[in-house]
Design a protein around this ligand. Structure first.
Ligand SMILES: *[C@@H]1O[C@H](CO)[C@@H](O)[C@H](O)[C@H]1NC(C)=O
Ligand SMILES: *[C@@H]1O[C@H](CO)[C@@H](O)[C@H](O)[C@H]1NC(C)=O
Ligand SMILES: *[C@@H]1O[C@H](CO)[C@@H](O)[C@H](O)[C@H]1NC(C)=O
Length: 258
């Protein structure tokens, strides 16, 4: 497996302007980590070989991008809206526990994530984007900062930030990078469905936990740039343990999503 990883990163290095690849410690990684990463690099290598998509200016026609299979269980985008941006998010889901009730389920307490511009990647190669979303979970968010705010192990640039403005308001800031100035969107949950079974099986988290649900979020007052709705798809990891037993009062679970 390792030789093909190295082969793929050599290929990437030759087709892109020297992205910085941080070290991935294969010796201390779980089999799932290696699988997610080698899936991504093998797919990348085959795309480069087949079509050299990375050498040509990509076609980024977001109007032709279908929603992923499995999204059918969520309400559709509202009539009259058009897709503006697709990001891969990498961060943590936060939870709280009350030590007095160890059998209770952890409570959701917001999330924080860096958003990386995957608009062109999803438009040209949704399967590669899905594999990258899974591979990206295997790298620390801090490594993406160290790599100049590009999503490790790719070179997708930062396009936004996601955090919570208050307990029930998820904020998406798509105005933090000069290349993407789309506005910002405070929003609340409109609908939630479990990740489809086939995706869920391939998208377990760093502790083997299932992926967080797929969501539709809708704007609250204060949105700018005409932004109105957000969908969270292709989730990887991020779910809490079933109970608070053995957990601290506050903890984070790493996740990735589109
Ligand atoms: C970033 O996203 C915008 C759409 O929001 C798109 O026009 C642009 O091509 C994207 N860049 C990349 C590298 O995906
Ligand atoms: C979630 O945890 C992160 C990492 O510890 C922290 O920076 C962030 O402020 C937390 N967000 C919320 C809403 O608690
Ligand atoms: C979800 O959005 C639809 C359409 O805007 C609305 O009719 C419905 O009441 C919303 N549901 C929730 C739970 O917010």
């Amino acid at each position: 497996m390792l030789p093909s990883l190295l082969f793929a990163s050599a290929l990437v290095a030759s087709t892109r302007a020297a992205p910085a690849y941080p070290k991935f410690d294969a010796a201390s990684s779980a089999p799932d980590d290696i699988r997610a990463l080698s899936d991504y690099f093998n797919l990348l290598a085959s795309k480069v070989h087949d079509s050299r998509i990375l050498d040509v200016a990509p076609v980024c026609d977001l109007s032709q991008v279908p929603q992923p299979a499995g999204a059918a269980d969520l309400p559709s985008p509202s009539a009259g809206l058009s897709l503006r941006h697709i990001a891969i998010g990498r961060g943590t889901q936060n939870y709280t526990c009350d030590g007095a009730t160890p059998d209770a389920a952890p409570q959701a307490a917001g999330a924080v994530a860096m958003l990386f511009n995957a608009s062109c990647l999803v438009a040209t190669s949704a399967d590669l984007a899905a594999a990258l979303t899974r591979a990206a979970l295997r790298f620390d968010v801090a490594q993406s900062r160290a790599a100049g705010e590009r999503l490790v192990p790719s070179d997708l640039p930062l396009s936004g930030l996601h955090f919570f403005a208050d307990a029930t308001t998820a904020l998406f800031k798509l105005d933090v990078s000069p290349a993407v100035q789309l506005g910002e969107l405070p929003c609340g949950k409109n609908a939630s469905v479990p990740a489809p079974p086939a995706d869920a099986a391939a998208s377990r988290g760093l502790q083997g936990e299932p992926p967080v649900p797929w969501l539709k979020l809708t704007a609250k007052p204060g949105a700018t740039g005409g932004l109105q709705e957000v969908f969270r798809f292709q989730t990887v990891g991020g779910s809490p343990p079933a109970t608070c037993r053995g957990m601290p009062e506050e903890f984070q679970v790493d996740y990735a999503a589109q």
